[in-house]
Ligand binder design. Structure first.
Ligand SMILES: Nc1nc2c(ncn2[C@@H]2O[C@H](COP(=O)(O)OP(=O)(O)OP(=O)(O)O)[C@@H](O)[C@H]2O)c(=O)[nH]1
Length: 198
């Protein structure tokens, strides 16, 4: 790591929790985002894992930490703490699984309950690279649910990398805008298991 990559603005560090059913691709999405490698984080990291990287957003370096959370585990305390700690949320489903889309509604409720305020949300359809015959949830269905939940809709593939960085950038822009509207302060965040690309 070169010395200039260590210079960061603490106040522009954001934690984004990935929330979604098992198998939708949360771990692979994090791996693609942090390491630009689909299989870099080989161990399944359901709950309590966070990985960070620097990201250039509109000319300014920020640190983005992605947390892998699967609501519905027995570890409710950990789950709630993680959800409370997050600045924004990616609600993820897989285009191959209608069940994972249905789960999003319950996950959104869990997020709103844990946050106690209006959270920043993006609904993300992962595994968009899959061949048409494997895709059981259409773009139209995903977009309709996003409207219902009042959140941004985006498509991604952790496998090819499509959409991954753009989704994080969009959330950072919205977080910055919200921070500006609220007078420019935000609580400090812990940075988990800091990894960067070489
Ligand atoms: N084709 C394709 N496969 C994917 C993609 N993302 C994940 N997968 C596959 O889906 C499976 C589950 O991926 P994970 O990242 O472990 O899913 P997860 O949501 O973290 O699952 P849990 O850790 O059980 O909560 C793996 O076999 C991946 O290879 C993708 O974008 N495209």
């Amino acid at each position: 790591m070169s010395s200039d990559t260590l210079v960061t603005n603490d106040r522009d560090a954001w934690t984004i929790a990935l929330v979604g059913a098992p198998g939708v691709g949360k771990t692979r999405f994090i791996s693609r985002f942090v390491l630009d490698d689909f299989e870099g984080l080989l161990e399944s990291s359901t709950i309590k894992q966070g990985f960070s990287r620097q990201l250039l957003v509109d000319g300014q370096i920020t640190i983005v930490t992605l947390l892998d959370v699967y609501p519905g585990t027995n570890d409710v305390d950990v789950e709630e703490t993680l959800l409370r700690d997050a600045d924004a949320f990616i609600l993820m489903y897989s285009t191959t699984s209608p069940y994972s889309l249905q789960d999003v509604v319950a996950h959104t409720r869990a997020v709103r309950r844990a946050c106690g305020h209006d959270p920043l949300l993006s609904l993300v359809a992962n595994q968009c690279d899959r061949p048409a015959q494997d895709q059981e949830v259409s773009r139209v269905e995903g977009a309709a649910l996003a409207r219902e939940l009042d959140c941004v809709f985006a498509e991604a593939s952790a496998k090819t990398g499509a959409g991954v960085q753009d989704i994080a950038r969009d959330l950072v822009r919205r977080l910055r805008a919200r921070k500006q509207q609220s007078g420019g302060t935000k609580p400090g965040r812990r940075v988990w298991g800091y990894l960067t690309r070489r």
